[in-house]
Design a protein. Structure first.
Length: 364
């Protein structure tokens, strides 16, 4: 794994560069050629559809759905998958519980850390009030002051909400469980989404939704793409180019440049799998601001009292009524099929992205 530390596509923070439309069209065209020219390829395509590995009904709802379906068939027949004993059927069997677990851990972590995070926001706003003379009420109403004030708040919040640090210090915690499932980039994206969501609801005094534990259930799941590529470390290519240049500049060395690409080197083989899934989860609306208690109502009849649930953290439930929310996502997994050595290698997958299914506009 150490050999993959510096990769060609570091800008994407992934082992394999994200698929472009041209990649999809190219793979789809290759499938058309193969099934038109070979009966065995036609039979193989039909067999894959019959097994449910390719689901044309779901994929057909995507933009370019026809081409995505054909491209998937082409990519599944990549020799790198075959040579490394990869089974897409086994992967899909494990993907569903893995995605349910990811969502459960993520939202459980959200519920666990929310009260303390709101307390920290209270402290930060009070500090801003003391140092910048900005009234906390005005801050919550949108008068956030200068850019410097906002930057100071962002810095304080970031220092007090370091998920990666918590995960490394407490590997058995929810932080650690999430960190074991996802890439560092996705972990940071989840952290930023949590912080921005809470701060938006806190300062605008609008309710936030609270997840009901163990309520998530995958409704449907379908394979979207499956690709395998060699991962060539960037420094290896640079070293090889420099070595060839030095040999060419040495008059005492005869170099046949045409033979240099023929030098065999074993590189890690990475796989990137995209999965479309729909999940139903239960939520309740939740207030992030303290609920004002009118003690004059303590002796009032029960039906006249405020029924809003509240606690010492400053968070409370606005509406006890649960509602179900169904959302559709594209999860992107990556793993190393072969580490480039002859040593036994245990395949482990990481979730590197979990994004809205924007290529399926008709779903939801």
């Amino acid at each position: 794994m150490k050999a993959t530390g510096k990769l060609l596509n570091t800008a994407y923070k992934s082992l394999i560069k994200p698929r472009s439309q041209w990649d999809t069209l190219s793979s789809a065209f290759a499938t058309v050629v193969s099934i038109l020219s070979s009966q065995s390829d036609r039979d193989k395509f039909v067999d894959t559809v019959n097994k449910g590995v390719i689901n044309p009904t779901i994929l057909g709802q995507a933009d370019m759905g026809f081409f995505i379906t054909l491209a998937l068939h082409h990519d599944l027949n990549n020799d790198l998958f075959k040579r490394n004993g990869f089974s897409i059927e086994e992967f899909m069997q494990g993907a569903e519980p893995a995605l349910e677990n990811f969502q459960e851990v993520l939202y459980s972590l959200d519920r666990q850390i929310l009260p303390d995070f709101v307390k920290k926001l209270d402290t930060v706003t009070e500090t801003m009030n003391d140092e910048t003379k900005i009234d906390v009420t005005d801050v919550k109403n949108g008068a956030l002051g200068t850019l410097e004030t906002l930057q100071n708040m962002e810095k304080i919040v970031k220092e007090q909400c370091d998920w990666k640090k918590e995960a490394k210090e407490h590997p058995d915690s929810l932080y650690g469980q999430l960190y074991a499932m996802v890439s560092e980039q996705l972990l940071e994206a989840c952290r930023l989404q949590f912080v921005s969501s809470v701060m938006n609801c806190y300062f605008n005094q609008i309710p936030r939704i609270a997840y009901t534990l163990d309520s998530g259930e995958i409704q449907s799941i379908a394979l979207l793409s499956a690709r395998a590529h060699e991962v060539i470390p960037e420094n290896n290519e640079e070293e090889e180019d420099e070595e060839v240049k030095k040999m060419q500049q040495d008059p005492d060395v005869m170099v046949d440049v045409s033979l240099t690409p023929g030098i065999e080197k074993k590189y890690p083989i990475a796989a990137q799998i995209e999965v479309l899934y729909s999940i139903a989860q239960k939520f309740q609306k939740q207030s992030l601001v303290p609920v004002q208690i009118d003690h004059a109502k303590d002796d009032a009849p029960l039906e006249d009292k405020d029924d809003g649930a509240k606690d010492s953290t400053g968070t409370g439930t606005d509406d006890d009524k649960e509602f179900t929310l169904q959302t559709t996502w594209v999860a992107i997994f990556e793993g190393i099929l072969n580490d480039g050595t002859d040593n036994a290698h245990s395949l482990r997958w990481k979730l590197i992205d979990n994004r809205p299914a924007y290529e399926f506009p008709e779903i939801d």
